[in-house]
Design a protein around this ligand. Structure first.
Ligand SMILES: NC(=O)c1ccc[n+]([C@@H]2O[C@H](COP(=O)([O-])OP(=O)(O)OC[C@H]3O[C@@H](n4cnc5c(N)ncnc54)[C@H](O)[C@@H]3O)[C@@H](O)[C@H]2O)c1
Length: 374
C-alpha cells in the first residue's frame, strides 16, 4: 500500500549502529525525537537559488523550539565547493562559537556535497557527535546520505579525506524534489538504474515502462524507485559497512557493487574537470561496463541494449568523445578504486548478477571504448 502525505516508510540500516531512513513528506518535525538529550542543534543548509534555507527555517523552527532545543541555522556552499578544508574549518569555528558539546547534534540539509561535508564535521567534532541527514537531491536520497561515507576533496582528488560515520537518521522528504531541476533528477536516476541493473529487476520494469513518470517529482513511480534503491543500498551497507569485503576475497564484491559504472564514470568526471553531473558520467560508465562484459563473453547483446534504452529514456548520455582513451586509462589508474596496481571493474554476468573483473585484457577494454565512442 502506498503511504499518503505525512506518513513515511522506514527502511532500517544496520551499520556500526542501527538507524532508519524515512521516506515520505513533511518529515522535518521528526528531528527532535532522533536526538534525545540534545541541547543545541546546528542545521547546515545548502546555499541554493530555491531558498532551502527559508524552507528549512519555516519547517524546523517550531518543532525544535517546542522541543526546547537551541537552534542555529547556517548556510554552506552548494556543489563541490562545499567539500573543502575551508568549509570544514568554518563549520568547526561555528560549532565552537555556539559552545557545541558532545550531547548536541547536527542536521545536514542539501545535496550529496553538503551531506558529505556536514557528516564529516559531525564525525570529527569532539571525535564524533550525532547527526541527521536531510537529503534534498535525488542523488543524495538514494545514494550519498545513506551508508555513512562522509568526507571532503583535496587538490589531489575527490573524497580523499573522510570517515565512515553513520547518522542517527536520514529523512528523505520528497517535497524537496519539487524544486529540483530536471537534469539533477535525471542524474539521480542514473544511480537508480545502476541498482536496477545490478540488484533489482522491478526497478528495470518500472523504468522500462514509466520513464516519463520517473522524472515527475510527485509520482508514485518515482517514490517506489527511491524506496527500492534505498533498500538495496541499506542492505549492501549493512553487509559491508567499511567496504572491506572486496579486499578479503578476490571474487567478493560487497559494497563495491555500488561502483557499477563508476570506474570509467570517475575518469570522465576527472577529464571533464567535474563539470559533468555524476549521474551523466556513470551513465556512460555503465554502458562501457556492459560492453566490456559483452567483450568478455559474460553479457548478451540484449542486456547491453537494455542499458542504452533505459539511460536514453531518461535523457542520460550513453557515449563519450572518441580519441581520449589514453587519458581515460590514466585517470582510471589514478582512481582510488584502482587499489594497488589493479584496474577494477564491476561487470554483469547477466542482469542482477554483478562480479568483479580485475585488470581486463586491453583488447576487451578497447572494444568497449570503441563501442561507446561518439
Ligand atoms: N557519501 C556517499 O556515499 C556518496 C555517494 C554518492 C555521491 N556522493 C557525493 O555526492 C555529491 C553529489 O551530490 P549531488 O548530486 O546531490 O550534488 P550537489 O550537492 O552539488 O547538489 C546539486 C545541485 O542541486 C542543488 N539543490 C540541492 N537541493 C535542491 C532542491 N531541493 N531544489 C533545487 N536545487 C537543489 C544544489 O544547490 C546544487 O546546485 C558528490 O560530491 C559525490 O561525491 C557521496
Amino acid at each position: 500500500m502506498t503511504p499518503s502525505a505525512n506518513e513515511f516508510v522506514a527502511i532500517p540500516v544496520q551499520a556500526e549502529h542501527p538507524y532508519e531512513v524515512r521516506v515520505g513528506r513533511d518529515l522535518l518535525s521528526g528531528v527532535p525525537d532522533l536526538v534525545p538529550g540534545a541541547t543545541r542543534l546546528a542545521v547546515f543548509v545548502a546555499e541554493s537559488p530555491v531558498g532551502l534555507h527559508d524552507q528549512v527555517r519555516q519547517s524546523l523552527t517550531a518543532p525544535l523550539q517546542d522541543a526546547g532545543l537551541i537552534v542555529h541555522i547556517a548556510t554552506v556552499p552548494s556543489g563541490e565547493s562545499a567539500k573543502t578544508a575551508d568549509v570544514l574549518q568554518r563549520c568547526w569555528d561555528q560549532l565552537g562559537s555556539w559552545n557545541f558539546t558532545r550531547n548536541d547534534a547536527i542536521v545536514a540539509v542539501g545535496g550529496g556535497t553538503v551531506t558529505d561535508v556536514a557528516g564529516f564535521v559531525a564525525a570529527t567534532w569532539l571525535r564524533g557527535i550525532r547527526y541527521i541527514q536531510v537529503p534534498t537531491t535525488l542523488l543524495a536520497m538514494v545514494d550519498a546520505s545513506v551508508g555513512g561515507k562522509t568526507g571532503i576533496n583535496t587538490g589531489h582528488g575527490k573524497n580523499l579525506v573522510g570517515a565512515f560515520y553513520s547518522p542517527v537518521g536520514v529523512l528523505c522528504d520528497l517535497s524537496f524534489l519539487q524544486t529540483l531541476p530536471l537534469a539533477e533528477l535525471q542524474s539521480g536516476l542514473a544511480e537508480v538504474v545502476k541498482v536496477g541493473l545490478t540488484s533489482d529487476d522491478r526497478i528495470l520494469d518500472l523504468l522500462g515502462t514509466n520513464s516519463t513518470s520517473a522524472v515527475q517529482p510527485t509520482s508514485p513511480v518515482l517514490r517506489e524507485l527511491i524506496e527500492r534503491a534505498i533498500r538495496v543500498k541499506a542492505e549492501v551497507v549493512g553487509q559491508d559497512f567499511r567496504e572491506t569485503a572486496s579486499s578479503m576475497a578476490a571474487d567478493a564484491l560487497g559494497r563495491e557493487v555500488l561502483n557499477y559504472g563508476h570506474t570509467l564514470g570517475h575518469a570522465i568526471e576527472r577529464l571533464e574537470d567535474y563539470q559533468w553531473r555524476h549521474g551523466a558520467a556513470i551513465a556512460v560508465g555503465m554502458v562501457f561496463a556492459a560492453e566490456l562484459a559483452h567483450a568478455g563473453g559474460y553479457l548478451d547483446a540484449g542486456a547491453v541494449d537494455l542499458h542504452r534504452r533505459l539511460l536514453r529514456g531518461l535523457d542520460l548520455p550513453i557515449s563519450y568523445s572518441g580519441g581520449r582513451w589514453p587519458e581515460l586509462l590514466e585517470a582510471m589508474q589514478l582512481d582510488k578504486k584502482a587499489r594497488g596496481s589493479s584496474l577494477r571493474f564491476v561487470v554483469l554476468h547477466g542482469l542482477g548478477d554483478p562480479h568483479p573483473w580485475r585488470n581486463p585484457d586491453p583488447t576487451a577494454l578497447q572494444y568497449a571504448y570503441a563501442a561507446i565512442s561518439s
